[in-house]
Write a protein that binds this ligand. Structure first.
Ligand code: C5P
Length: 230
């Protein structure tokens, strides 16, 4: 394959307050990681898939990855993540095969993201040769607040977009950007890529690509699945 997908699943999920790391929490009988992988393996173009898992869950991730891959030809590997998302992505990048030229990075926490969202990002990277981020416009009024909770100012929401994953990039530029990143607290790959001076474009995101962070999000995901929503 020429497309590589790094699925970062090494977070602890502290805000979800479950005993398992978030990717291994079940949603109607299937882990978030497995649900995320169904869409990765449903892509039009078969990809190399790298699962970045907590060091405590490497074997479990391998079993889940093999089950999700089924008979689909592709290459799946599992690697241990790091303390931060940034370190986890770096671990994933190090596992890519030499032939990979386009890399997608996806949060397993966005477990309901449809396969079409991955295909759209690959197509947009191919047509622009630049970084691609799916994003949704912001519907709420956004305020800048002080330490005492007072409103300091207004941010014009027309200037804002809420970034999702999968985000896609030409491999060489992304690897170079991670090597040059001056600090490791960027919360997504587009930030690392732009900090290295590369252009990133936004494409329309998907409502189902929301990140499962809190127990409320997990409930929302459960409701969407039981409604057979797609
Ligand atoms: O913490 P946050 O919600 O930004 O995490 C986004 C994604 O990054 C999740 O899928 C999580 O599993 C992953 N992550 C990781 N390694 C970390 C922290 C987060 O793979 N150390």
């Amino acid at each position: 394959p020429r497309v590589g997908v790094i699925v970062v699943a090494a977070g602890s999920g502290a805000r979800l307050a479950m005993t398992e790391p978030k990717a291994f929490v079940e949603l109607l009988g299937e882990t978030l990681l497995e649900r995320a992988l169904h869409s990765v393996f449903g892509m039009l173009e078969p990809a190399q898939v790298v699962i970045v898992a907590p060091p405590t869950h490497l074997e479990q991730a391998r079993v889940i990855g093999e089950r999700a891959a089924g008979v689909i030809p592709g290459i799946m590997s599992v690697v241990a993540g790091g303390e931060t998302r940034h370190a986890s992505v770096e671990a994933g990048l190090a596992c890519l095969n030499p032939g990979i030229s386009v890399v997608l990075v996806h949060d397993s926490a966005r477990a309901l993201t449809p396969a079409s969202a991955f295909d759209a990002v690959v197509a947009a990277v191919d047509s622009t040769g630049e970084g691609i981020v799916p994003a949704l416009s912001v519907v709420d009024s956004i305020k800048r607040i002080g330490s005492g909770g007072e409103i300091l100012g207004v941010v014009d929401r027309r200037d804002l977009a809420a970034a999702q994953t999968p985000q896609g990039f030409p491999r060489a530029d992304l690897v170079g950007a991670y090597e040059r990143a001056e600090h490791a607290d960027y919360t997504d790959d587009a930030a690392v890529f732009s900090a290295a001076g590369h252009r990133v474009h936004v494409i329309e995101g998907h409502a189902l690509s929301f990140k499962i962070t809190t127990s409320w999000d997990l409930n929302r995901a459960r409701h969407l699945l039981s409604d057979r929503f797609d």
